[in-house]
Design a protein around this ligand. Structure first.
Ligand code: GDP
Ligand code: MG
Length: 445
């Protein structure tokens, strides 16, 4: 997601810094290039026009070009505008009642957009915040849908409610009174979707909302369908009224037009994004971070957070220290490889570190290759893992035999490790550069 867009925008900025002087004319060109990159990412045209006009107004209105650091000022303005597009009404939290009162969340959207999966993820998340959650099956058109939600509920470890009737409003009413009697404080309604917008879908949702008086009406949108998601969201907002959005399939290889258009068109916030099919794969949506990712600054903050979830804090600190001292060892590399599985894969991690994704070729991601590498690393002594320079020819032979690979494999691995080590050094330097830039444009809290 955003990979191509961010590459293109980064090159626009680069081109601009190649100019000895920046003028109104080349800023206009740069904004046009950024607009085109976003257009190719399937961002809505009306949204883009607003972006272009307000960016140029600000550049021209605030004496940016006469300032001491016009290029940085310009980057900051673009960054602010993109962030504003992503922000919606700026309210990213869920508004639920306290523990003694039942809160109701209704999830709505088209069929196949991820409502049921999201119901499970949301339930799992709220449960970890000590809420007592119950999922209610309101998709009665297909028997399989009820069964699917039941499985999702048990996977998330929350209560499940369904009834064998076709009167969905009666189910909602009784589910809520069941919740009141059974100390359940959060009820999530998984509603039916249709393949496209139709009146019967809207009518049904309208009556559910009337009965349930939900605290949150969340529109679940498939990010992979681009700006079309924004048009559908608009329709739901006008007919039913939504309080927020969850974008699913954010992990898929799409161009990001949905994320950039939906908040701006509905003026509601994206509260979470779905990043996979498992119950853990729901992340808070941070407009600032997505904006920096789109602008090619890399999502360092998210990466650090994700790393902290899986690598212990002690390990992370040690890693950072080593990176600072340029002492990245095979032991560190091995530890990283062991933790990336937990982090949702190597590729995902690479995409978050600026510069790294291009430095390590696809074969590093090949799992057979990785297995071989791990065998080589495990066949080393601790000393060798801490200092790869010790590994001369006799040691290579021993390591190869231990790992059941050829000496050539060990040589290749060591060469590659050197390359990775070099990149890691560059990334650390980059990171410093980056925080200097971020600080300058006021992004660091
Ligand atoms: P519903 O019809 O709106 O209830 O949609 P479902 O929850 O049944 O999801 C439809 C499909 O999308 C399923 O195969 C899900 O596993 C998949 N899906 C849902 N959310 C995500 C996500 O965030 N990432 C990915 N990769 N797949 C998802
Ligand atoms: Mg469903």
């Amino acid at each position: 997601m955003f990979e191509n867009t961010s590459k293109r925008i980064a090159s626009v900025f680069k081109k601009l810094s190649g100019n000895s002087k920046i003028t109104e004319r080349n800023v206009e060109d740069a904004v046009e290039d950024i607009k085109n990159a976003l257009l190719d990412a399937d961002v809505n045209l009306r949204v883009l026009r607003r972006f272009v006009n307000s960016t140029l107004d600000e550049v021209k209105g605030t004496a940016v070009l006469q300032s001491v650091n016009p290029k940085e000022q310009f980057v900051k303005i673009v960054y602010d505008k993109i962030t504003a597009l992503l922000k919606g009404d700026g309210d990213s939290s869920l508004h639920l009642k306290g523990p003694d009162v039942v809160s109701v969340i209704v999830l709505m959207g088209l069929q196949g957009n991820g409502k049921t999966t999201t119901a499970g993820k949301l339930a799992y998340r709220l449960k970890s915040e000590n809420r007592r959650v119950m999922l209610v099956a309101c998709d009665l058109k297909r028997a399989a849908a009820v069964e699917q939600l039941k499985i999702v509920a048990s996977d998330a470890g929350v209560e499940f409610y369904s009834e064998d009737t076709s009167d969905v409003c009666a189910i909602v009413e009784r589910a809520i009174s069941y919740a009141k009697k059974n100390q359940i404080d959060t009820v999530i309604l998984d509603t039916a979707g249709r393949l496209s917008l139709d009146t019967s879908l809207m009518d049904e949702l309208g009556s559910i909302v009337e009965v349930a008086k939900p605290d949150e009406k969340i529109f679940v949108a498939d990010a992979s369908i681009g700006q079309e998601a924004a048009n559908i969201a608009k329709e739901f907002n006008e007919k039913i009224g939504i309080t927020g959005v969850i974008l699913t399939k954010f992990d898929s290889d799409t161009r990001g037009g949905a994320a950039l258009s939906i908040a701006s068109i509905t003026q509601k916030s994206v509260k979470f994004v779905g990043n996979g099919e498992k119950k853990e794969d729901l992340d808070v949506f941070y407009p600032e971070r997505i904006a920096s990712r789109i602008l090619g600054m890399g999502d360092v903050v998210s990466l650090v957070e994700q790393a902290q979830k899986t690598i212990s804090e002690e390990e992370a600190r040690r890693m950072e220290e080593r990176l600072e001292n340029h002492a990245f060892s095979i032991a560190d590399y091995l530890m990283q490889l062991e933790s990336v599985n937990k982090m949702g894969g190597f590729k995902k991690m690479l995409s978050m570190i600026p510069g790294l994704s291009t430095a390590i070729s696809e074969d590093a991601i090949n799992t057979d290759e990785l297995k071989k590498e791990k065998a080589i690393m495990y066949s080393m002594t601790k000393k060798e893992r801490d200092n790869y320079r010790l590994i001369g020819p006799p040691r290579r032979k021993r390591i190869a035999r231990g790992a059941g690979v050829s000496i050539g494999d060990v040589d290749r691995f060591l060469k590659k490790f050197e390359k990775i080590r070099l990149t890691m050094r560059k990334v650390t330097k980059n990171k410093k550069l980056q925080s200097a830039l971020l600080e300058k444009i006021g992004m660091l809290e």
